[in-house]
Ligand binder design. Structure first.
Ligand code: FAD
Length: 330
């Protein structure tokens, strides 16, 4: 385990001040960060962990007007169990429920879920045995020439083919959510952007947060009348496993015809990947087995040429998940 100093912050401003001094990271539930620290995976470990669990007012689920607001410290278990979330934004409740295990969902927070680090086997290699490009700008992507069975099927970003492992991220992008921090409000689609020109510690992130930026709230707009949403995930194990592929689908229909579809894949790219070809394919049509299959096929056709020989199978899983999630959303 890396040595670190533990600092208890009582306000977001307190936490930001400590983070601003450098070599510090937020700790919330600790389910991701502590395993990373114990594995001694990083050449840039934080020397200070800033505990935000004592900051009051960051653990809530409420509807303000028509907007769903969730505090960053809200546990995945609370989101999964919330009838408010499942009633209006089912895809998010299902995504939270699909993550990890009951124990990890109880301890893990939504803020931590959207800020967790990649799960690439080279990135996570204990004792930092591989000089991975994601942690070291002078390193290289070992997955490109080594084991890439679980990696991106839509190409690399800045030479890295690790995927975004978060279950809630694709749901938040599909819902058009916003991520509120102490500095600004991000559209979810802009938040999950890998910055390979950032400093070595910052490029380990799956998002574009600044080093002293703290997520405080997640906001999700009300969905239009006639909208249904579904999250489906495929992993090798049925319990406690990250998505090989997941699909978050939000579909608005009128008179049996899809007027708007938001389809976002997880586990297939550095960030949640919008399946625009599937969206175009299903819009203006009734969702049937045939049209849902065609929508999935449209995205699989785009992924297959960019997929690697060892992970082309994920394009077929994406196709099937899009089809099934569309059929479950009518
Ligand atoms: C065995 C195992 C299985 C798992 N399976 C899954 C899975 O299937 N799906 C999935 O999505 N995740 C999975 N996880 C990852 C993790 O448990 C969850 O993502 C969890 O929600 C992380 O939340 P946390 O509060 O524990 O984060 P922490 O570990 O406290 O933090 C994670 C990262 O986020 C940063 N951070 C935390 N909160 C904030 C904030 N408010 N603002 C800015 N930065 C912040 C921290 O600095 C750290 O870098 C798994 C983990 C383990 C150990």
């Amino acid at each position: 385990m890396y040595k670190f100093t533990h600092v208890n912050a009582t306000t977001v401003a307190d936490a930001a001040t400590t983070l601003g001094k450098g070599s510090a990271q937020v700790i919330a539930g600790g389910t991701d960060l502590l395993t990373y620290m114990k594995g001694m995976c990083s050449p840039n470990p934080p020397t200070t962990l800033v505990n935000i669990k004592n900051v009051t007012g960051l653990d809530y689920i409420k509807v303000d007007g028509t907007t769903l607001k969730i505090g960053a410290l809200t546990s995945l278990a609370d989101i999964a169990a919330s009838t408010v979330v499942s009633g209006g934004w089912n895809v998010l409740a299902q995504a939270a429920k699909a993550a990890a295990s009951p124990e990890l969902r109880s301890q893990g927070t939504l803020g931590g879920n959207i800020c967790q680090k990649p799960r690439c086997i080279y990135f996570r290699n204990e004792q930092n045995a591989f000089s991975c490009l994601r942690k070291d700008s002078k390193g290289s992507c070992f997955a490109l020439v080594g084991v890439n069975t679980y990696h991106s099927i839509f190409g690399a970003v800045g030479g890295c083919i690790a995927v975004c492992p978060s279950d809630t991220a694709p749901a938040l992008v599909a819902l058009g959510a916003s991520i509120v921090t102490n500095k600004k409000t991000w559209a979810a689609a802009d938040f999950f952007v890998l910055n390979m020109t950032a400093t070595d510690a910052t490029r380990e992130q799956i998002n574009a947060l600044a080093a002293d930026e703290i997520v405080t709230e997640i906001q999700v707009p009300a969905l239009a009348a006639g909208t249904k949403s579904t999250y489906m995930k495929f992993a090798f194990r049925k319990a406690i496993d990250f998505p090989l592929v997941s699909a978050a689908v939000v579909v608005t229909s009128a008179a049996g015809t899809v007027s708007k579809a938001s389809i976002v894949l997880g586990g297939v790219y550095n960030s949640p990947k919008r399946a625009t070809d599937a969206e175009t394919s299903i819009t203006g049509k009734a969702v049937t087995t045939a049209t849902a299959d065609a929508a999935g096929a449209a995205t699989a056709a785009v992924a297959t040429p960019t997929a690697l020989p060892a992970n082309k199978y994920k394009a077929q899983i994406a196709k099937t998940l899009i089809k099934r999630a569309l059929l479950a959303s009518i």
